[in-house]
Design a protein around this ligand. Sequence first.
Ligand SMILES: Cc1cc2nc3c(=O)[nH]c(=O)nc-3n(C[C@H](O)[C@H](O)[C@H](O)COP(=O)(O)O)c2cc1C
Length: 159
Amino acid sequence: MDPQAKKTALRGITYGLYLIGTKDASTVNAFAGNWLTQTSFDPPLVALAVKAGTRSQEQIKASGVFSVNILASGQKEMATAFFKHVEPEGNRLAGYEFYTTEITGCPIFKDALSYFECKVVEAVERGDHYIYVGEVIGAGVHREGEPLTLRETGFYYGG
Ligand SMILES: Cc1cc2nc3c(=O)[nH]c(=O)nc-3n(C[C@H](O)[C@H](O)[C@H](O)COP(=O)(O)O)c2cc1C
């Protein structure tokens, strides 16, 4: 295989950029990720790829839940704050206010357009990122707006 062609072709996949909320028994966490897609209407399923060995991956595996926050166009700065390890301070992560519901307990950001909460129903732990298939068991809308796309940010993750 031509490695440059592989990279160019894979970078042709278009993405959003989301804040994925996770938790364990003692704390909550969130990271910015783009490897997310819906895979079923009924039941509503999504597939999320999470870097193996990260705190987020370990928390999703252990807790069996995660949240997905849909950011708005223009929230590149907010997304960028979650490419690195963050620690909660009260009800804030990287300075951004979150809350939790009784559905999963994973962080939901007030500044996000909307969110959904998932319980893991399947895992594919292969490669350098592991796939978690989540059934959507809760959702909410904070406001209307255009979602942030990876293209808008100028970042790449894939190739
Ligand atoms: C543009 C971009 C997209 C990313 N997408 C993903 C992704 O889809 N899945 C993932 O596991 N990490 C992704 N990352 C990396 C995570 O944001 C990063 O590893 C984060 O620090 C993980 O948090 P943690 O160490 O607290 O678990 C992406 C990074 C960038 C710069």
